[in-house]
Design a protein around this ligand. Structure first.
Ligand code: KG4
Ligand code: ZN
Length: 336
């Protein structure tokens, strides 16, 4: 009989539902929440209210698009964490109720592990072991992946995440939220070497972005004293230079991790991996170093339920089910 998994994602500001059936992602629906745009960042209370409004129609539409009835579902997988508590609660409660009503297993998924498993949704799939640089709005991690459900954290940020650095820089420059995709676009017209921002000296495979964030703030404030219209006059060059530095930091740590572990299958995941320059420079670095590189397609980089369904499928095969006492967690280390 076909194994059919419904995935539900609600960790931040996207409500998403996906249906995976025997090797095919039949549907992956995402409802974005525009309500946060005017605040320059995600407002947790508004996010959970929007999830409540979206969750039923998004799940219904995902099933309809997949051509699957609720009765055909083998299990319901949901994001247990990490994320915003109010947002996670909506997806978790819905998944618990649906699984109980249908009498099918409930499967909890770690959002960060799911970003890694997004690589297995379609070809080309990485081979084990591989390293995955997972870069999102809240996380920057290098993970060693030995199997679908066996992962080890090799390094992570000590302070801010790479995506947050894109978003905070955008806020400073007066760009809309989320700023990562906007900076990506504006940077394409700019000179990445127009301005120079420092690379932090952090040992090992750990990251730090708080110093870079502060240096961008001081740089802009100083320049605005000379030219009050400095930002508008130099937008593309500022975006290109900031983006260049963020990506250099990411790739230098990834090269270090590959050197130290001797692993040459290397992947990137998470929202920031949608960045065009990161994808290009990651590809070029891979060619230089003889890596086998793997990047998911755009829709599977940013938050989506397809990756939750994928992770749920591997847990289903291992019989890793969750009971109805489960509660979401804002912090959730990988492989726990
Ligand atoms: O994985 P994700 O969708 O959500 C979290 O789990 O955080 O990542 C969102 C982050 C945001 O910071 C957003 O600005 C960034 O990914 N992002 C990008 C791009 N697309 C999304 N950053 C740089 N370039 C992009 N094209
Ligand atoms: Zn994410």
């Amino acid at each position: 009989m076909a194994v059919t998994i419904l995935g539900i994602e609600s960790s931040c500001d996207d409500t998403s539902a996906a249906v995976w059936q025997d090797g095919n992602m039949l549907a992956n629906l995402i409802a974005n929440q525009d309500v946060h745009k005017r605040y320059g960042g995600v407002v947790p209370e508004l996010a959970s209210r929007a999830h409540q409004q979206n969750i039923v129609p998004v799940v219904d539409q995902a099933l309809e698009r997949a051509g699957v009835t609720r009765q055909e579902l083998s299990a319901v997988a949901f994001t247990k964490g990490p994320g915003l508590m109010g947002s996670l609660l909506v997806g978790t409660s819905f998944a618990k109720a649906l699984a109980m009503g249908l009498g099918v297993p409930l499967i909890e998924v770690n959002h960060m592990e799911a970003h890694v498993l997004a690589h297995f949704i379609e070809e080309p799939r990485p081979s084990f072991p591989f390293l995955c640089l997972t870069v999102s709005g809240g996380h920057t991690q290098i993970i060693r992946v030995d199997d679908y459900l066996s992962m080890e954290l090799i390094g992570e940020t000590r302070d801010d995440a790479a995506g947050e650095t894109f978003d905070k820089t955008g806020k400073l420059l007066g760009l809309p939220y989320p700023s990562g995709p906007v900076i990506d676009k504006r940077a394409a017209e700019g000179n990445p070497h127009a301005f120079s921002f420092p690379e932090p000296k952090i040992p090992g495979c750990s990251f730090s972005f708080s110093g870079l964030k502060t240096s961008i703030l001081y740089f802009v404030q100083e320049k605005e004293q000379e030219d009050p219209d400095f930002i508008n006059n130099n937008m593309a060059d500022i975006c290109a230079s900031v983006q260049y530095r963020i990506i250099s930091i990411l790739l230098s740590k990834l090269k270090r991790a590959a050197g130290e572990t001797g692993i040459d299958h290397v992947a990137i995941a998470g929202g920031v991996s949608a960045n065009r320059e990161l994808r290009q420079r990651f590809h070029d670095t891979g060619q230089e170093r003889g890596w086998h590189t793997c990047i998911p397609r755009f829709d599977y980089c940013t938050d989506n339920a397809a990756m939750i369904a994928m992770a749920g499928y591997y847990k289903y095969l291992e019989g890793q089910f969750t009971d109805q006492s489960v509660t979401p967690v804002a912090r959730y280390p990988i492989n726990r």
